[in-house]
Design a protein around this ligand. Structure first.
Ligand code: K1U
Ligand code: ZN
Length: 170
């Protein structure tokens, strides 16, 4: 297993729509394991393949409480099949440094996917898990949480980020 570098805004990998996984094989399981290690190292509660430069529809998640045992999940080709309610959550993203913002999401979602063995799974999420699932599935469509905040806040963040990257280059 390996900790992979995480792509950060405005890397083009983050705005690509990802492609369906055709075969769940050892290569895909290795990528999922590396993504889990990368997520735990960050630390984060979710990670999507484009954040590590892959264009596959693959997500890993662990929203277990810190005091509980780890509960890693691998979701291949995930899709939301039910969604209801709404909640506002102060979101961040490992690919969008130095910003958190309130985002409105569904309060409850049901996701269907394949697991790391290629078996169908159905997962219900409420609260943090629902937010995390929606955040990660957005990544697979090339969408970041900053695409869901006000245009003014987004423009201010972009300006600040460009300045920061120029400073880091110098
Ligand atoms: O995709 C990512 O960048 C990971 C991100 C996912 C996320 C989950 C829930 C809300 C917003 C974003 C994170 O893991 S953010 C960091 C984190 O560790 C965390 C977020 C919310 C609650 C607890 C921890
Ligand atoms: Zn993210």
């Amino acid at each position: 297993m390996a900790v992979l570098p995480i792509k950060t805004y405005p890397d083009p990998c983050l705005s690509q729509a990802c492609r369906q996984v055709e075969v769940v094989d050892d290569d895909l399981r290795r990528l999922a394991s590396d993504m889990l290690e990368t997520m735990y190292a960050a630390p984060g509660v979710g990670l999507a393949a484009p954040q590590v430069g892959s264009d596959l529809r693959l997500v890993v998640i662990d929203c277990a409480n810190r005091d509980d045992d780890p509960a890693p999940m691998v979701l291949v080709n995930p899709r939301i099949v039910e969604a209801e309610g709404s909640l506002v959550f102060d979101e961040g993203c490992l690919s969008v440094p130095d910003l958190t913002c309130d985002v409105t999401r569904h309060e409850r979602v049901v996701v269907e996917a394949l697991d790391a063995q290629g078996r169908p799974l159905r997962l219900e999420g409420v609260g943090l898990l629902a937010v995390c699932l929606q955040h990660e599935l957005d990544h697979l469509d090339g969408r970041l949480f900053i695409d869901r905040i006000s245009p003014l806040k987004r423009a201010l963040y972009k300006k600040r980020r460009v300045k920061q990257l120029k400073r880091d280059e110098a």
